[in-house]
Design a protein around this ligand. Sequence first.
Ligand SMILES: *[C@@H]1O[C@H](CO)[C@@H](O)[C@H](O)[C@H]1NC(C)=O
Ligand SMILES: *[C@@H]1O[C@H](CO)[C@@H](O)[C@H](O)[C@H]1NC(C)=O
Ligand SMILES: *[C@@H]1O[C@H](CO)[C@@H](O)[C@H](O)[C@H]1NC(C)=O
Ligand SMILES: *[C@@H]1O[C@H](CO)[C@@H](O)[C@H](O)[C@H]1NC(C)=O
Ligand SMILES: *[C@@H]1O[C@H](CO)[C@@H](O)[C@H](O)[C@H]1NC(C)=O
Length: 436
Amino acid sequence: MFTKALSLALLAAVNIVSAADMPTISAVGAKFFFSNGTQYYIKGVAYQLTSLDPLTNVTQCMLDAASMADLGANSIRVYHVDSTADHDACMSAFASYGIYLWLDLDTFDSQFNQALPAWNQTQLSAFEDVLDEFQQYDNLAGVFVANEALTLLNGSDTAPFVKAAIRDVKAYRQSKNYRDIPIGYSGADIPSLRPMLQNYLACGSDPADSADFFSLNVYEWCGQSSFDGSGYNELVQNATGLQIPIFISETGCRIPKPRTFDDMDSILGKDMEDVFSGAIVYEWIEETNDYGLISYGPKVNDMTNTAALDGYIRTGTPMPVSPDYSNLKGHWATLHPTGVALSAYSASASSLTPIACPSSTVNGWIVDPTQSLPSVGQTIDLAATSTGGLGGSATGNAKPSSTAKKGDAAAMHTGNEVAGMGVGLVGVMLGFLFWL
Ligand SMILES: *[C@@H]1O[C@H](CO)[C@@H](O)[C@H](O)[C@H]1NC(C)=O
Ligand SMILES: *[C@@H]1O[C@H](CO)[C@@H](O)[C@H](O)[C@H]1NC(C)=O
Ligand SMILES: *[C@@H]1O[C@H](CO)[C@@H](O)[C@H](O)[C@H]1NC(C)=O
Ligand SMILES: *[C@@H]1O[C@H](CO)[C@@H](O)[C@H](O)[C@H]1NC(C)=O
Ligand SMILES: *[C@@H]1O[C@H](CO)[C@@H](O)[C@H](O)[C@H]1NC(C)=O
């Protein structure tokens, strides 16, 4: 009885503020703006309670959203959702607390595989299904086509496939007349790779081919550090001139304990607020990796307890991990960057020019920025790669990437756009094959 009454009360509360009443978020130049013209800075938490979709249980969503609002969060990041589930109640629950969603479009069976770089129709269709489901919610802030698809410098041959995914999901968004939901990428914490990847995804003269934003997972500010000591100053230097928004999609370091979150003063303060659009803290739930801001109860050793996984309870009332939670809350309570009004910024935004594409280096960043992006269905020709892909030239009568981009989305479903392509087409300094 009590539970039912509580659920009904929660649902009633949820209905008061619908997800449809929130200002939407879009990328303009190098910044994000609410549709009312105020600049948007992310104060986020990574929210993934198990490997399953966390946005289907409204009772749980309400409990967590209320606690996140107390923490001062305005955003969550979710890594895995089920596009066939109903998300209305949870999206409204978060909306009722002013909380936006950053969502990974990929999941375990649709994500990129660095060992065999490819971009195929199965992946694209899965990404489209997720976008179809979530585009209806005004508090969808943006989506990632991948998280940490490249983790090794020698994995740079995956970058063209990531950029192809961005191109194709953007084309799909336009074809469906969805609003300009920002579509971007979340990069791994690899300083030797990151600046090239960031600039590669952003560069090029046709905005339809480039990311709407870049974001990076950063674990560099540990314990007592500083803007200069942490290397965050280099993050700003390396993002200067980037014509799209950039933010931290995961932070931060948890050793030494406790986490003090002093980096928030730089990210959301004068050190970085001109270039960065905030950060998402990793992560909400305390689990084996020990990054949690809250727990749902003490660790359990009873492996028959179905509410627990790996000894951690996964549902219930969130309880702050102390003092980490209050440390973060304390920082966020004092940080209210206002940035610039859209009306004052839009003229200069439209005069921004794309950042230069990174040049390729032997044994380093091997992507040739002058080569066209792969089409749906292409994969790496490992043989061509190992027998001297470097310096290889484009062969075959491939249509330029703009064909897939500007053609109607239906063409992609027929696979027509790959017809006539020769095996051995080089879209990077590597060979591509395509799936048949
Ligand atoms: C725009 O909306 C945001 C989010 O609701 C709010 O914080 C901000 O104050 C609003 N700005 C204006 C000018 O109303
Ligand atoms: C498409 O890519 C996914 C993810 O890499 C892979 O699991 C799947 O087997 C591929 N499908 C086809 C038809 O090639
Ligand atoms: C890439 O580098 C990793 C280690 O840094 C290595 O294990 C892997 O074999 C390399 N891959 C290729 C294709 O050379
Ligand atoms: C900034 O870019 C330089 C040059 O590419 C690179 O060596 C450095 O590691 C980058 N710094 C960070 C923090 O990403
Ligand atoms: C939904 O969340 C509530 C609150 O934590 C929990 O009691 C319930 O078991 C959850 N329901 C499902 C189906 O997981």
